[in-house]
Design a protein around this ligand. Sequence first.
Ligand SMILES: *Cc1c(COP(=O)(O)O)cnc(C)c1O
Length: 369
Amino acid sequence: MQPKASVQGLPIYEPGKPLEDVKREFGLTDVIKLASNENPYGCSDKVWSALAEEKERFHLYPEGHATLLAEHLARHLQVDVNRLIFGNGSDEIVQMICRAYLDVGEESVIADPTFSRYETGILIQGAKPVKVPLRDGVHDLEQMHAMITEKTRIVWVCNPNNPSGTIVDHQALKDLLEQTPEDILVVIDEAYAEYVVDPSYPDTLSLLEQHPNLIILRTFSKIYGLAAFRIGYGITHPKIVHELHRVREPFNTNRLAQRAAMAALQDQAFVEQCRIKNRQAMEQVCQTLDEWEIHYYPAHGNFVLFDTGYPSDEAFQFLLERGIIVRSGRALGFPTHLRVTLGTTEQNQRFLDAYDEFMKSKRRMRSNV
Ligand SMILES: *Cc1c(COP(=O)(O)O)cnc(C)c1O
């Protein structure tokens, strides 16, 4: 029995290595994970007590439309509540968009490399990903626009881009939206929006009114520290929300996730703290990379992609054996790079010290030949 043609040979997602696996494999006890862009400070303390209150209702299905969370979020974002749709992670909304809007043989424009879930979603529908190479690690929006044909249905912009960490600015995005026909969706994935401090970063919410084909994706997995719960959201025209509801699983976001997200949302002081500490971590890591004259892409999220100068897996494995899990660039389209998530000051220092060792071992090897 073969699956449908579009699924045959589809790559299976390679996640960052779980902590538990590494501990077992290398017999280590003290392992740190800087591989999946999770929040090193966890989540707001308010989440736990909110969850405890839900225990009376574990036998009840969740609220399918996440109505209460939607009301809170609408107030926080200052958007109309019927512009919001929730997913089991924003990953699921990517799938929902592809399901609802892509047919066999149609095209969808993506950057290359970018977040892998767009391509997978496109391929499952039997549609064709049209890949436009990054330019110095940045989305080439002009070229992406140039690749639009009468078959194009969706254009994806990951901003900041995962894995390069770069951003496109407000004007560039505005130009793309203005040039793109209204019957083509433009999806802006802003999973790391709350981390960005660059003033040129697009204010995408302000573009919603004028562009009914714009979908903004955000998540509670990153700065809010709720990756385990799987909850993300889309902000778009109510008409698109309506269409996405047609393909949504009836209870796609669970009761605990909705509750956790609501509590997390109410603790913006925690978010602000994380944003500040992330900038300090960024300086700590980038200053050292500068001292070492290592090339990295201008990073705006909570991770940095840098060039090791060797096949990615060499440094990846070296760090892994010392209890530091980072992401190898090999599966991310950057075969000599590593992507490291910014952690606490101590975690970053441990990573930098170990990477220093890696470079020394490489120099020793070279001087021995
Ligand atoms: C982490 C991430 C997501 C989202 O994740 P969910 O946990 O599914 O909400 C989406 N897009 C990008 C680019 C990411 O890096």
